[in-house]
Ligand binder design. Structure first.
Ligand code: XMP
Length: 311
């Protein structure tokens, strides 16, 4: 805590000195890194920071609302909330290839962010939640989702206050800055979000099934002491249906796949031994509460042979 406070104090001075009375733009996803950067900058320069939260429709249940609540309502930040859900889903309609989906999401994100940036007067800096592992692993297997692709006439000077920190250090700083635990200690979430968990071509009904089933899974893991213990857990919904039965009538609906894994570096992973009774309870809830779903499957595959995500 003392070390975190020293770090925060030093960074606030550094940011004030670098930025002066100019404006800074930040893409605020609500993930740990961008949230900590936002909180630091709000402390240092208040409303000179312009946060842009792009809701691309692929976030988990409750996330966009939490960003608005924490940053606009509690921290009094200058926050622009962009509802880009239709835009993203229109662009993604009919696109089934995972890497193409990632490219579209990344490119559209930059486009929306750029449009918002152009509406702002006098921005000279761009803040980013770059952390130390991003710098050393900058050529990852799957394309990473940051704001590196802005056009040439929009090159800003960068403000990267957590660039020398590891993830666990960023979390400690976030906690010291007063961010809520479920924001600071959240599990990793891919940039393309639920878009790579709504398998194949994204449709609104299956995307909602992913979001609702994921919310149930997270709620049950939290209730049963698995939150913070299991490294990453989520649901995916494939693009095929199977036959089932409900209230004596035949159904033809989607399955939900549960994934829960542990890993150190995400290069290999093992499957969490979730108690069978809990899996049964979650299955019961998902099949009763999630529209258009009639089966639940538990993915037993370690990495390798599978990857953690399904796409
Ligand atoms: P895989 O599926 O490759 O996932 O075993 C390893 C870790 O990386 C995350 N992941 C991503 N993160 N953009 C991201 O920011 C992506 O496109 C992406 N794809 C996978 C995944 O959630 C897991 O933690």
């Amino acid at each position: 805590q003392a070390l975190a406070d020293t770090f925060i104090g030093e960074q606030i001075e550094k940011i004030k000195k670098q930025v002066g009375d100019k404006k800074v733009l930040l893409a605020l996803s609500g993930g740990v890194d961008s949230s900590v950067v936002a909180a630091l900058l709000i402390k240092a320069i208040g409303k000179q920071l312009v946060c842009v939260h792009v809701n691309h429709g692929l976030l988990r249940k409750g996330e966009p609302e939490q960003v608005v609540e924490v940053f606009r309502n509690q921290m009094n930040a200058n926050l622009i909330y962009v509802d880009a859900v239709d835009r993203f889903l229109d662009k993604l309609a009919g696109i089934a290839d995972p890497e193409q989906k990632r490219k579209i999401i990344g490119a559209e994100f930059i486009r929306v962010f750029e449009e918002e940036a152009r509406k702002q007067e006098g921005i000279e800096f761009l803040a980013q939640g770059t952390i130390y592992p991003d710098i050393i692993e900058s050529d990852g297997v799957k394309a990473h989702h940051n704001v590196g692709g802005l056009p040439d006439d929009m090159q800003f000077e960068l403000v990267e206050p957590v660039r020398l920190l590891f993830k666990d250090e960023v979390r400690i700083v976030g906690k010291a800055l007063g961010l809520p635990d479920n924001m600071v200690f959240r599990q990793p979430f891919p940039g393309p979000g639920l878009g790579v968990r709504c398998l194949g071509a994204i449709t609104r009904d299956r995307l909602e099934a992913v979001r609702e089933s994921d919310a149930i899974l997270r709620e049950e893991f939290a209730k049963n002491g698995l939150e913070g213990k299991v490294w990453q857990y989520f649901t995916a919904v494939p693009d095929f249906k199977s036959v089932g039965v409900k209230d004596g009538a035949r159904t033809f609906a989607y399955p939900v796949i549960i994934r829960a894994v542990n890993t150190v570096d995400a290069m290999t992973a093992t499957v969490e031994d979730v108690p069978f009774s809990l899996l049964q309870h979650i299955t019961e809830r998902i099949t009763h509460e999630v529209q258009g779903v009639n089966r639940v499957l538990y993915d037993l595959t370690p990495k390798p042979a599978g990857t953690i995500e399904w796409e």
